[in-house]
Design a protein around this ligand. Structure first.
Ligand code: PPS
Length: 326
């Protein structure tokens, strides 16, 4: 059902590209988007073998499960904190004394980070009800049960130039990337970075955004009007409406400053315990829309804009249709 091929990449660990052909060989028919799936390859670390893909494929979901699906660095942790609080009756006591990534496990983490225990088993053992599960996998590689059983999926997207900058700093800090930002851009646009193709990842969910079980939102919307996103997400999750005071408290709790300064809101300290990371590494880096403006070279920006233009013109879309002006 899965086909993989090795690729050359400048990353410090080997990469493969994986494709799901589905049982009939034509594509995963459980995803409610009919298209030519033979175009959809996803780049992953080579630990993500066919065996691993099959374990994800066989992952048993539960009625109440909620999945947070994102391309890396799209603001996953921010969304996990928000969704977890909504799903857990605003339990700030627990939120302020445990990491979001422990309350909400990253399904395929053990394939991307050799230093962590088997994350699929951790998800299986998760006691929370509902479980909030994180994944960076594209639609076609997620467990089919999500689609077959219509599990709730929160999909969060972020503009590609900010993703590139954030991902570059993160992977460099972790020692998963050794090279310049310009070289990273080259690998990103050539689909050699983990979880690319970036645009295929985003556009497949964007096109499914009206499915009943999908909540599509952007980092840019969260930055512009967090209160509005909270209201819409509460409705989607079937949570009670928040009072004005409750809303103010939540917005304050989720602010970049507050999360960065809080021991458990900011996973930097935790990450330093399981991997040798430089002292200057910061998971919560800038937390803004447009950090690419003073970090990417003009050639880098042009290469990503060209990728965007070429990919989106097939769908009659522009970047600002999805993210607004960035
Ligand atoms: S990961 O490793 O893929 O799960 O990373 P992810 O959580 O998706 O993305 C990390 C970026 O999200 C920013 N972030 C926030 N921005 C605004 N407000 C809040 N509260 C917040 N929390 C996390 C974080 O700073 C990373 O973005 P950059 O641009 O690198 O600062």
């Amino acid at each position: 059902m899965y086909t993989s091929r090795p690729i050359d990449s400048s990353a410090s660990s080997p990469r493969i590209q994986l494709q799901c052909k589905g049982p009939n060989g034509s594509g995963p028919e459980w995803v409610p988007l009919k298209q030519d799936w033979s175009e959809r390859w996803c780049t992953l670390p080579d630990r993500f073998t066919e065996d691993y893909a099959i374990r994800i494929h066989d992952f048993e979901t539960r009625d109440s499960d909620v999945f947070v699906v994102t391309f890396m660095k799209a603001g996953t942790t921010w969304m996990q904190e928000l969704a977890w609080l909504l799903l857990n009756k605003m339990d700030y006591e627990t939120a302020k004394s445990s990491y979001a990534m422990h309350r909400s496990v990253f399904l395929e983490e053990s394939a991307v980070n050799p230093a962590v225990p088997d994350s699929i088993s951790l998800c299986n053992k998760m006691k929370g009800n509902p479980r909030l599960i994180k994944s960076h996998l594209p639609a076609q590689l997620l467990p089919p049960q999500l689609w077959k059983q219509g599990r709730k999926i929160i999909y969060m997207a972020r503009n590609p130039k900010d993703i590139v900058v954030s991902q570059y700093h993160f992977l460099t800090g972790f020692g998963f990337w050794q090279g310049s930002l310009d070289e990273f851009v080259d690998d990103f646009v050539a689909d050699k970075v983990s979880f690319t193709s970036y645009w295929a990842h985003v556009i497949d969910f964007y096109r499914m955004r009206d499915e009943e079980n999908i909540f599509f939102v952007t980092y840019e919307e969260m930055s512009r009007n967090l209160g509005d996103v909270i209201k819409r997400l509460s409705l989607f999750l079937g949570c009670k409406e928040l009072s004005e005071n409750e809303m103010d408290k939540l917005i304050n709790h989720l602010s970049f400053k507050n999360m960065k300064e809080s021991k458990f809101g900011n996973p930097t300290g935790l990450m330093k315990t399981y991997r040798k990371i430089g002292d200057d590494f910061q998971f919560m880096r800038r937390g803004i829309v447009g950090s690419f403006k003073d970090e990417l070279s003009s050639e880098g920006k042009e290469k990503i804009d060209q990728l965007t233009y070429t990919f989106l013109k097939e769908y009659g879309l522009t970047e600002s249709d999805i993210f607004g002006e960035v």
